[in-house]
Structures are given as structure tokens and as C-alpha cells.
Design a protein. Structure first.
Length: 395
């Protein structure tokens, strides 16, 4: 029973944490099936458990109520000094109403505890349910190409005092790569999340193929975009199912091709069950870099024309970073790419680099041009070079 509760709770957490991945890869129904199956399994077990306890509970309550039926009349008889008629009237009254009163008291006791637990849980759910869904276009328009453009975009998170982005404009042309760099909190991830409509802009507009993303069909937009998150989200399923989340109809051979293209061959070789190895709870735990490569395999399998990379090599060690860079080459070939990075070595070959600071574009240009300008980017590059050469040693 406790295992089923744990399983259902774990699936609930897994479902909620994986919502961004589910949204990008259009797997809402597929993802909910595991959560729903856990709920159904718990429901069946709880019902069977209650039925199995029925006989014992009935006997227990019979004994308790029977004790009251015998003890109370005896106490009344002693207290009345032996007046049998008076005791008989009291006994009949008590026999009729005592069981009902006892049952009601028990019910109130159990219900009060359940109400307290439910009230706290519902308070959290209510916050989610009160959130307004993003509006859908009444007459969806179809994107004409894969160019991504930000046109005087500003965005402020709900409840925030300062905007995360202010009057940001840039264009990512088809087949080109634009990199966003800058200090933490500068608005890089926010900008990337506006393309698949995790949020809607406060002012300005974001377009894909010349069409405002708010005027596109949500499913059509998600088919255009593959998003690789900084915080890799893998489901507690097999590696096969994690990669196949991008395209559930993909064959095992297609999944394997994507895994090899993402440089996952060494990961699969060291696992006894290969693609069928389960990740997470009661399964195998992978390093951050290995998880990132599996996430890249998922994006490769989706084969979307627009790629958003949100600091995809942030948690990779040197060995994994090399493998991830090779996977990048396969993933971005011929695609429209917006790359968010803090490791400047990964953006040197970008067609354009934008330096975001305090929600605004402070500088833009190629790697060489920005270094020659001697501005913010040049300072960041100098700091990066120093950190790369730093090592522990004695004075």
C-alpha cells in the first residue's frame, strides 16, 4: 500500500517537473498516461485493501460497541439503586442512539484529519488552477519559413518590479546561429523561453517565419521548435522511451541512430540493457553530461527546423563537453539556432553574438568584432581565459 502511494506521488512530481519537456515535444497525452496509470493502480489497491480490512474492522467495532452496550447499562443500574423500570427505559434509549452517536464521532474524527490534509493540498492546486491559460489564436496563421525575429520585445514576470527584457530586437536568419551571452540574470533564458511561448511578451512581438507566435497554432509552433534545457529533464523511464518522447512513432532503429548522432554510444555500451536501461528511481543514475547527451538525442530525433539551446553544456565535465560539442554539430546542421551560453568557447563560431545585460542588448557582433571593440564581451572573454588557465599551486 505504501509503495503504491510512493509510486503515485513520484509520478505526480515527475509529471509536473516534466511539463516544459512535454509541451515542447507535444507529449501531453503520452506523459499523462503514466501518471493516470499510477492513480488507477493506487485506486484498485486501496479498494482491495479496504475490502480486506472490512471483516476485521466490523468485528472490532462490534466488540467496542458491545462493550458500551453492556457497561453503560450496568453503570446506570448501580447508580439508580436497583430501579429496574428506570434502568430499562434508559437502556432502550441508549441502545437506539449510542451506536449512531459513536459512529458519528468516529467519522468526524477521521474526516477532520482528512479535511486538514486536503485543505493544504487544495491551496497549492488552487494557485495553479487560477492561472490563466495562454490565449489561442482564433484564426491560426502558418509560418512562412524558419526565420526567428524579436521586434522591440519587452517582458516582465508576474509580480516582478523590473522587466526581464526591455526593447530587445534581433533576427535569427534561416540556417544561422545567434548566441546570447551575458551575466546571470541578464535575460538570456527568458528570451529563449518566449519562442515556444512558455510566456507571452509584455510588449513587442516574437515571430517565426514572419508570423507572431501568438497567432500560430500551438501544436504547429511546437513542431517547429526543439528546446534543449539547461536543467536536463529526463523521465524515470528507459533511455529508449526518453529519446522517443520526441517522436513516439519512431522505430527502435531511428532512436538508436539519434542516440549515436548525439554521441551516446559509450553510454549505451557500459549499460547492460543498453537502450532499455531505466533511468532514475530504482534504475541507473547518469552524470549531468550524459543526461545532456540523451536530451540532445531527443532533439535530434525530433528534427525540428528551429533549435533553442539553453546553456546545454553547463554541467558537463571536459570529456562530456567534447562529446556534447560533437553532438551539437549534428543537431544544428542546416537549422535556425538560438544558443544561450555562459561558456564563451561554445559561441566563437556563431554568426552573431548578442550581449544581454539587465534585459537589454549591450553589444552585438561576431566574436572577432566584439573582441576588437574592447567592450563588455571583451572583458568577459578575458575573464574566461583567466579562469581556463587558473590552477592550484604554491606561491
Amino acid at each position: 500500500y505504501q509503495q503504491e502511494i510512493e509510486k503515485m506521488s513520484a509520478e505526480a512530481v515527475e509529471y509536473v517537473r516534466g511539463i516544459p519537456v512535454v509541451k515542447v515535444f507535444q507529449q501531453t497525452v503520452y506523459s499523462f498516461k503514466a501518471f493516470y496509470a499510477a492513480i488507477q493502480s493506487y485506486s484498485r489497491l486501496a479498494s482491495d485493501y479496504a475490502m480486506s480490512c472490512r471483516s476485521g474492522q466490523t468485528g472490532f467495532l462490534t466488540c467496542i460497541n458491545g462493550a458500551f452496550v453492556l457497561l453503560i447499562p450496568a453503570a446506570l443500574l448501580l447508580a439508580s439503586g436497583g430501579d429496574v423500570k428506570r434502568v430499562l427505559v434508559n437502556f432502550i434509549f441508549y441502545s437506539l442512539f449510542a451506536p449512531a452517536c459513536g459512529a458519528m464521532i468516529n467519522r468526524i474524527m477521521y474526516m477532520s484529519e482528512a479535511v486538514m490534509e486536503a485543505d493544504e493540498a487544495m491551496g497549492q492546486l488552487e494557485k495553479i488552477l487560477k492561472e490563466e491559460p495562454l490565449p489561442e489564436a482564433s484564426r491560426p496563421q502558418k509560418a512562412q519559413g524558419t526565420q526567428v525575429a524579436f521586434e522591440h520585445v519587452s517582458f516582465t514576470y508576474p509580480g516582478a518590479a523590473r522587466p526581464a527584457l526591455s526593447d530587445v530586437s534581433f533576427t535569427v536568419r534561416p540556417g544561422s546561429t545567434v548566441a546570447l551571452v551575458g551575466p546571470s540574470g541578464g535575460g538570456k533564458t527568458t528570451a529563449g523561453s518566449l519562442i515556444p511561448r512558455f510566456w507571452d511578451v509584455t510588449a513587442g512581438r516574437v515571430t517565426v517565419g514572419g508570423v507572431d507566435v501568438r497567432e500560430m497554432d500551438a501544436q504547429a509552433l511546437m513542431r517547429q521548435v526543439a528546446f534543449v534545457f539547461q536543467d536536463t529533464r529526463l523521465f524515470k523511464q528507459s533511455i529508449l522511451e526518453n529519446i522517443r518522447a520526441a517522436r513516439p512513432e519512431a522505430s527502435r532503429e531511428q532512436v538508436m541512430e539519434a542516440a549515436l548522432a548525439a554521441q551516446c554510444g559509450d553510454i549505451l555500451e557500459k549499460l547492460p540493457e543498453g537502450l532499455d536501461t531505466v533511468i532514475g528511481t530504482k534504475g541507473v543514475y547518469l552524470s549531468g553530461g550524459e543526461c545532456q547527451r540523451i536530451a540532445l538525442a531527443r532533439a535530434i530525433l525530433k528534427d525540428a527546423p528551429i533549435i533553442v539551446l539553453d546553456e546545454a553544456s553547463a554541467f558537463a565535465d571536459p570529456e562530456n563537453e567534447y562529446q556534447i560539442q560533437k553532438a551539437f554539430e549534428t543537431l544544428v546542421r542546416g537549422k535556425t539556432v538560438l544558443m544561450i551560453a555562459h561558456r564563451l568557447s561554445t559561441v566563437q563560431n556563431a554568426d552573431e553574438i548578442l550581449v544581454l545585460s539587465d534585459g537589454r542588448i549591450a553589444e552585438r557582433g561576431t566574436h572577432g568584432a566584439l573582441l576588437a571593440a574592447g567592450g563588455v564581451y571583451a572583458g568577459m572573454w578575458a575573464d574566461y581565459q583567466k579562469s581556463a588557465r587558473w590552477k592550484v599551486g604554491k606561491e
